[in-house]
Each structure stands twice: as C-alpha cells, then as structure tokens.
Design a protein around this ligand. Structure first.
Ligand SMILES: C=CC1=C(C)c2cc3[nH]c(cc4nc(cc5[nH]c(cc1n2)c(C)c5CCC(=O)O)C(CCC(=O)O)=C4C)c(C)c3C=C
Ligand code: FE2
Ligand code: FE2
Length: 343
C-alpha cells in the first residue's frame, strides 16, 4: 500500500482584511468542538454577537504580524512541510483545519499521487477537543464521504515523547543563552474548563483545579491540562530549572465562561508587580508562531510587563522550522512508513 502524510495545523484567514477574518472566524467558531454549545445558541452567539465586532479587532491584530509572504502560521507550516519532504521518501502534504487549505484538498492531493494509506498528523503536542479531535473527526467524515478506500491513521498527542521534550528543551536553552532572566513562564493556549470535563473518559477523574493532574489516570490520554503541565514539568526537569523560577499559565481566553487558570495576562502582571525585572516566556502549545504568540504574547504581554515595572521580556520562538524539530518529524514519519509506529 502506498503511504503518505498529511500535516494539519489550525489555519489563518486568507488576508488580514476584516472580510477575510470574518469568514475565517465564522468557520472556526462555528465548529462544535470549539464553541461547544447547541447549534442554535452557537449561531446566535457567533453570528449575532462575536462576528459583529471581533473581525475588525482581530484584523487589526493580524495586520501587525502579517508577513509579505502571508500568515506566519501558514508560511512557517509550509517551510516545515518542504523541509520534511526533503528528508522522507513518502509524499508529505499540508492542510489547515479552517480556511482555504482544506483537509479535503490535502487528502485529494495525496490520493492523486496514488496514496492508499495516510498518516494524519495534527501539529499539536497536546490533545484538545478544539484541535486534535476536530481534525481527526473531520478527516474521518471526509474519508467516508469522498475517499472510502483510503486508510487513515492519526498521530496522537506527542507532548511527553522524550525526543520531543529533548528538542523543545534544547531550543529553549539556546534562546535563553546569555539572558539573565529571573522567571520563565510556560504559556499555553487556554480552553474552557468545560472542555476538560467533556474529554474525561473516566467521567470522574477531573477536578478542574488541577489537583487531579498529578494522580495517574486513564483520563490523561485526553486531558489538555495534564498534558500542558507535563510539558512544563519535563522541560523543567531536563533544564534543571529551580523551583519557583518557572510557572505555567493559559492565554487567549474568549467569552465569559471559566477557562483554565491561571491566565497569562494576569500572571505577567503579577510577575511585574512582584518586582521581577527580567522574564522569559515560551509557548509550547503551538509548534509555529502565530497571532497568539507574535501579537498577544510578544506585543501585548510585553506591554503589560513594562507597565508593571518589568524591563527585559524575552519571547522564545516556537519550534517553527528549527532543524532539530524538522529532523524529528522526519524521523517519526520514516518510522511510521517503515515500521508503522512513530516511536
Ligand atoms: C493549542 C492550540 C489551540 C487551542 C486549544 C485553541 C482553542 C480555542 N481557540 C479559540 C478562539 C480563537 N483562537 C484564535 C487563534 C488561534 N488559536 C490557535 C490555537 C488554539 N486554539 C492558534 C494557533 C491561533 C492563531 C491562528 C493564526 O492565524 O495565527 C482566534 C483568532 C484570533 C482572535 O480573534 O483572537 C480565536 C477567536 C477558542 C474559542 C478555543 C476553544 C477551545
Ligand atoms: Fe485559539
Ligand atoms: Fe487532571
């Protein structure tokens, strides 16, 4: 059976203009695994409220980070795809969950090359209903409808794979070389607390406050919060960070529901107020820099820190097209193509 790979990331609008941002946000936020409320209520919230005001504000934010070649998230993902393709013998295509570079087009491109068995690779280290799950569910729906003879296997969350932790830790170490930072903040994209409860396969493990996340449980295979906390713990162990010199927070909350705590903006504020002058921040829920890292963290986060009296704010880039990361992706893909396992 001829094999092929489909790398999948989140997606971006076609341009930073409000009309394109509105179209993109409409598709993104109407996903039942992103805003997980009944359809009628979701449509009223998204179309009746969010899309009336947010596209203009989001478009202004996108304009600040947009590159000549396009959206950073897409341009970086394309660079990764091309570099990985040079290192493996199977076809590698790239798709986005939302926007123009659809998963359907990605699967079609592989089928057109004679591929019969696909490794679907969501580019997210941690599992979340709003990221990994929505990709695998949509790919399966498309397979049933358009590609019934195709076999699709998905890469599960890779947050605790030793070789991933090694590559991430090394990248953080390199970017902190020569920096006299006092605190390293691990900021992960947030999700509503409700999402964590919904993904609890045991239906009884999750305590939301995080007290459960250190108790071994089957629930952790699908617990975003546990997986984020584990990345922080494993990197801190690898880099031998001193206790109290690092912490974890969650960014980008939307709406009024409770999201995972503590919030990144409040944490930066608190660190600045507490007299920390030099801080660094890393964003390991994203493998590519994007609006949430380049604008919300590197611009807004820095501004908050400075307003609170902080001085040096170091933002560590995502893995992007880092050589070691590309080589690791290629290694996993080659392992799957030859031995059917990515380890
Ligand atoms: C770990 C990855 C992500 C999770 C989990 C996630 C959940 C999530 N996001 C929203 C709402 C928005 N996210 C937006 C941008 C955005 N989100 C992610 C990743 C995750 N989102 C990325 C990589 C990006 C950047 C995309 C880019 O083009 O660079 C936005 C749009 C921007 C804005 O208006 O702020 C929204 C809205 C929800 C509701 C959610 C729920 C679980
Ligand atoms: Fe998001
Ligand atoms: Fe937990």
């Amino acid at each position: 059976m001829k094999k092929g790979i489909l790398l999948v990331n989140l997606g971006s609008p076609d341009s930073p203009e409000p009309k394109d941002v509105k179209k993109y946000l409409g598709e993104f936020l109407m996903d039942e695994r992103v805003i997980d409320i009944p359809l009628v209520a979701r449509a009223a919230l998204v179309k009746g409220i969010i899309l009336k005001t947010r596209p203009k504000a989001s478009a202004a934010a996108y304009k600040k980070i947009w590159w000549d070649e396009g959206s950073p998230l897409i341009v970086i993902s394309e660079r990764v795809q091309k570099k990985v393709q040079h290192l493996v013998d199977v076809p590698v295509e790239l798709a986005m969950r939302y926007g123009s570079m659809t998963i359907k087009k990605g699967l079609q491109a592989l089928v057109d090359q004679g591929v019969e068995e696909v490794l679907l690779f969501p580019l997210y280290p941690q599992f979340a209903m709003a990221t990994t799950e929505t990709i695998t569910v949509l790919a399966e729906e498309l397979r049933e409808k358009y590609f019934p003879n195709l076999k699709i296997e998905s890469v599960p969350a890779f947050y605790n794979k030793p070789d991933y932790i090694e590559v991430l830790s090394e990248s953080i170490k390199q970017h902190l070389e020569g920096k006299n930072y006092e605190h390293l903040l691990f900021s992960y994209h947030g999700v509503p607390e409700r999402h964590i409860r919904k993904s609890d396969v045991t239906k009884s493990h999750c305590k939301i406050d995080g007290s459960c996340c250190k108790t071994p449980s089957k629930a952790h295979e699908f617990c975003y919060r546990h997986q984020c906390l584990e990345v922080t713990r494993l990197v801190a162990e690898k880099l031998q960070l001193e206790e109290d010199s690092y912490s974890t927070s969650f960014q980008s909350r939307l709406g009024f529901d409770p999201w995972l705590l503590p919030y990144t903006d409040r944490t930066i504020e608190r660190l600045g107020k507490s007299g920390i002058k030099n801080m660094a921040i890393v964003t390991p829920a994203f493998v590519s820099d994007c609006l949430e890292t380049l604008e919300e963290i590197a611009m807004e986060g820095q501004e908050i820190f400075h307003e609170m009296g902080g001085q040096d704010f170091t933002t560590i880039p995502c893995l992007n097209d880092d050589k070691a990361w590309v080589e690791l992706l290629a290694k996993w893909i080659n392992n799957w193509a030859t031995a059917k396992t990515i380890s």
